[in-house]
Design a binder for this molecule. Sequence first.
Ligand SMILES: [Zn+2]
Length: 395
Amino acid sequence: MSRQTTIGVFALSQKFIKLLLPLPALFQIQMSSDEEPHVFPVIPDTHDIPCPLCEKKTILHSKKRRRFRHGHAWGVGTLWMKLDVPRQRCLSCDLTFVYDYGLGLVRTSTEVFRKGITERCHGRTISDVAREYELPYTTVERWFYQYASAEIKKHTKHILVDEFATRKGHHYATIVLDAKNGRLLSVVPGRDVASITAALQGVLGDVRSVVSDFAPAMAKAVTSVFPDATHVLDRFHLIQFFTDALRRRRRFLNEARRHHHVRVIDRALACRPEVLALEDREVARSCLLEDSFTRNLYQGLQHIRYVLKATCDMQANRRLTDWLERFQFHPCGPLAKIAKAISGRKEAMRQTIVSALSNGKMEGTNNKIKLIKRRAYGYRNLERFFLRLRLELGR
Ligand SMILES: [Zn+2]
């Protein structure tokens, strides 16, 4: 934008400038000059400045005219303000100090500006922001982690807890989300009972229900931290038991079925038959005819889907009992194993069936975490990674 237009824009009104340069009403903003259209002289209110030590009267010792970045306008760039920064001297205790009018003046920027830049880093890389505002990368980085406060609301009633990899196959962390809005409540390195307990303890409020996977460590931590809360198991992980078992069996049989793409088989067996295309349904049927082991797993999966569709307590109870009776001592190994896991957690399973809560938000968040991790090409500083997660998922 040319200088003429810039001046034209700012000449519009004092009100507009006040919007771009947010300052307390005590400050009077003047027009910028033709030579420096981005620099606005600011005249502070000359009120009495008390001594920070004894709160007694001070007098002006000296003053220095300085410039500070304070705002930003689209298509214009950084807006500066120019003001006299006074150095005051206390009449009683002789202390001399610089007075910054509460603007948080550091070097050549005000706190408003630094916070504004920090906010722009949400959902973008720091280097991207640094380039756009023509600031050194390290400066923006420092501001970001300085103002990235943990002022995140932690009170909630329904929570989700899960683990995610900070380094796949090596390091894991436990994460707790608000079940309603997916807001991040707490994140702690590790995935053992102690870590999960610590993560859950970071959540405040009257927690009524907790959604987690089937891991025994989860159950232990949940009952110790929230003994009165309902523990709901995640449907996603339950279905995963079956689809994983089916996939393992498919790998075992792979040699015989070279003519079908493996993904087609996996999908055909994992999905409900209603949603499949005709040819995929045919693939599923032929797999089931060929191998009784696959057929058993498949029937177990479709039956548990029917169980999960129950709408009331009684119906849930009846369907679950039926399912367990059918598969609890089934000769098909993996199926019996799943049945054993379910029968050990019968109460939680009942809650799972009737509860409207699911870990869906968590699965979406896990994907987001992956993206954040990838965007930064991994984080070596775990603390900063978690801070970043708190910021991006905390609102
Ligand atoms: Zn004093």
